[in-house]
Design a protein around this ligand. Structure first.
Ligand SMILES: [Zn+2]
Ligand SMILES: [Zn+2]
Length: 202
């Protein structure tokens, strides 16, 4: 489902069949309720055909496939600093970089006033914003559980280990409930004043 060469997901368009979608074209992510292993995310993406479509993306495809990791087991190994000897080169590269303190994705948590490492499954809402191809992204902080909105480059979202040095942050804590979050997200992105924050994690 994830194609590392084009850094995009293969998803289905009712008009054109299979289509290639980068993470920055995702618009909304919600974890499906109920026991799924791995967890499954219901997403909405902005398709090249001009419409938005729903899709389903399993957790491992969302967070780990862009790093060349296929299974949650490898992920656990990463977190405990043990690298599976059979892991592919990309996996080892990703592992080395994570151990060296580089994180594939990061964001600025407004209520905590600090940058945090994050995975794409923490993204809740995304939208294109402004003429410069910037992306507004609402992120649910894995550490404090609160929602912040950052304004970043497309590459910041699409490419693992590409972290913008400086990003925009909306100086508000967003409501965690999805409906209200979406409303405020749209209103604030249109009118919002972003504070600049540096994203260095060291
Ligand atoms: Zn389409
Ligand atoms: Zn936080």
């Amino acid at each position: 489902m994830y194609d590392a060469l084009t850094t995009s997901y293969r998803l289905s368009c009712p008009r054109h069949g299979e289509t290639s979608v980068r993470l920055s074209r995702f618009r909304r992510l919600d974890e499906l309720p109920g026991p799924h292993h791995p967890a499954v995310y219901r997403i909405v993406f902005a398709c090249g055909c001009g419409e938005e479509h729903p899709g389903l993306v399993p957790h491992d495809e969302l967070d780990l496939a862009p790093l060349g990791l296929e299974e949650e087991r490898s992920f656990v190994n990463l977190m405990t600093s043990h690298v599976d000897p059979l892991a592919v080169e990309l996996t080892e590269l990703a592992a080395q970089r994570i151990k060296a303190g580089e994180w594939p994705w990061s964001f600025y948590c407004w209520p905590e006033d600090r940058p945090r490492p994050v995975f794409p499954s923490a993204f809740r809402l995304l939208t294109e914003s402004g003429p410069a191809g910037r992306v507004g992204v609402a992120v649910c902080c894995p550490a404090c559980g609160r929602v912040s909105v950052n304004l970043v480059s497309r590459e910041h979202v699409d490419l693992p280990f590409h972290n913008d040095r400086e990003i925009g942050v909306l100086p508000y804590v967003f409501p965690a409930d999805a409906g209200r979050m979406l409303e405020e997200f749209r209103a604030e992105l249109d009118s919002g004043s972003f504070d600049a924050r540096r994203l260095s994690l060291d």
